[in-house]
Write a protein that binds this ligand. Structure first.
Ligand SMILES: Nc1ncnc2c1ncn2[C@@H]1O[C@H](COP(=O)(O)OP(=O)(O)O)[C@@H](O)[C@H]1O
Ligand SMILES: [Mg+2]
Length: 367
């Protein structure tokens, strides 16, 4: 079995640990701090931009993968030069690191996108506003997450500071019926597995709930979402799991919002909801093992995020909720911080969603 090194010690790295143990993979983590979520497997603590520190970590590691997409390309190239497999590879990661580049890559693949443009000046913004109904979405190309770096604007003056720092991505304000996400895994040999498309519910730009499969999804919609996932995985030669965030319009069209080149919040529901969860599948894919079945174990699964604090004293309150699965990311409490999630599965959609929401409320009564 290969030795796998994960750069970044957040909850995604933490949730790879269990499946790695089960598969017999030696998983090592390059963590930001000794308090990082995945600290139990941290064999190095440091700055992922520090080439020497990352190379030292990678000694004895066969395959490098990621908890986040922010590792700079010079570090990735140094790893490749040192003979380490980097999965996903630098060009696939680049498509997820910069939202302007992402839009170009997705457009080249012929995928359905919201109307978008690059703005270098206030004049560019004013023109795009005039052509798109006077209300549009502006995004910083790099470094945004959980809705940070995304703002609805009606005037160029609202993003003066962003424009001073560099180009800005502009998009039409999509009047979507709901948001979906397509999870896909691809191994180096080219085999691809897709999960049924999920529905995601954002609150303030942050993923709050996920339902597997997306309720009332027609076969046509499921096929279209899976095709988009396959096109991206193949087109970019991705190895590992990737998530495609989608908008479903009121007339059942789908548009691609953005990509995550790694396991993703929208895929946590697959841990209990599917025969093979996204973290196990990611490890299988990057290790070039046969991919596992993505079939659901039960008709429905729901995941609800817990924000702020996940107080273990409150586990006792779950006495009459024995079907709830708890994921505690081991993070220090902080207002608004994603600190865990709960998942339920079952045969009745309403019951599954209700139980997951109730359990999340037990841990974070203030939300
Ligand atoms: N063009 C758009 N039209 C309408 N809503 C959008 C648009 N782009 C993003 N959003 C909303 O903002 C959220 C965050 O935007 P996204 O680009 O996914 O950034 P992040 O990197 O923070 O996840 C989306 O999940 C969606 O709810
Ligand atoms: Mg997003």
């Amino acid at each position: 079995m290969p030795v796998i090194g994960v750069i970044g010690g957040g909850q995604l790295a933490r949730m790879m640990i269990g499946p790695a143990v089960e598969l017999g993979i030696d998983l090592r983590v390059f963590a930001e701090t000794v308090e990082s979520s995945a600290r139990d497997r941290a064999t190095a603590v440091g700055d992922f931009r520090d080439v020497d520190a990352v190379l030292a970590f990678a000694r004895g590691v066969d395959i490098i993968t990621f908890d986040h997409e922010h590792v700079p390309s010079d570090v990735l190239e140094a790893l490749l030069a040192a003979g380490v497999a980097v999965r996903p590879g630098p060009s696939a990661l680049a498509a997820a690191q910069d939202k302007l580049h992402m839009r170009e890559v997705l457009a080249d693949l012929g995928l359905p996108l919201p109307v978008w443009a690059r703005a270098d000046s206030a004049d560019d913004v004013t023109r795009f506003l005039a052509e798109n109904g006077g209300r549009v979405v502006a995004k910083t190309p790099r470094g945004g997450y959980d809705g940070k770096g995304v703002v609805v604007i009606t005037d160029a003056s609202q993003i003066t500071e962003w424009l001073a720092a560099g180009p800005v991505l502009l998009e039409e304000l999509v009047d979507y019926a709901r948001e979906l996400a397509q999870l896909v895994a691809r191994r180096p040999s080219g085999d691809i597995a897709t999960w049924p498309v999920v529905q995601t519910i954002q609150s303030g730009g942050v993923c709050a709930e996920v339902i597997l499969p997306a309720p009332k999804a027609s076969q046509r919609l499921m096929d279209a979402a899976a095709d988009i996932g396959r096109t991206i995985a193949d087109g970019l030669g991705v190895t590992g799991v990737l998530a495609v965030e989608l908008f479903e319009t009121t007339d059942e069209r789908i548009l691609v919002n953005e990509l995550a080149m790694r396991p993703h919040n929208s895929g946590h529901v697959t841990i209990e909801g599917s025969v093979t969860g996204q973290f196990e599948q990611h490890l299988r894919a990057i290790a070039d093992m046969p991919l596992g079945s993505t079939e659901s174990r039960q008709p429905w699964a729901a995941m609800v995020n817990v924000f702020g604090a996940m107080d273990t004293d409150r586990y006792g309150h779950l006495n009459d909720q024995s079907g709830v699965k708890i994921h505690n990311y081991g993070k220090e409490p902080r207002a608004g911080r994603k600190v865990g999630h709960v998942t339920t599965v079952g045969t009745e959609l309403d019951d599954v969603v209700y139980r997951a929401r109730a359990a999340a409320t037990i841990f974070a009564p203030a939300n």
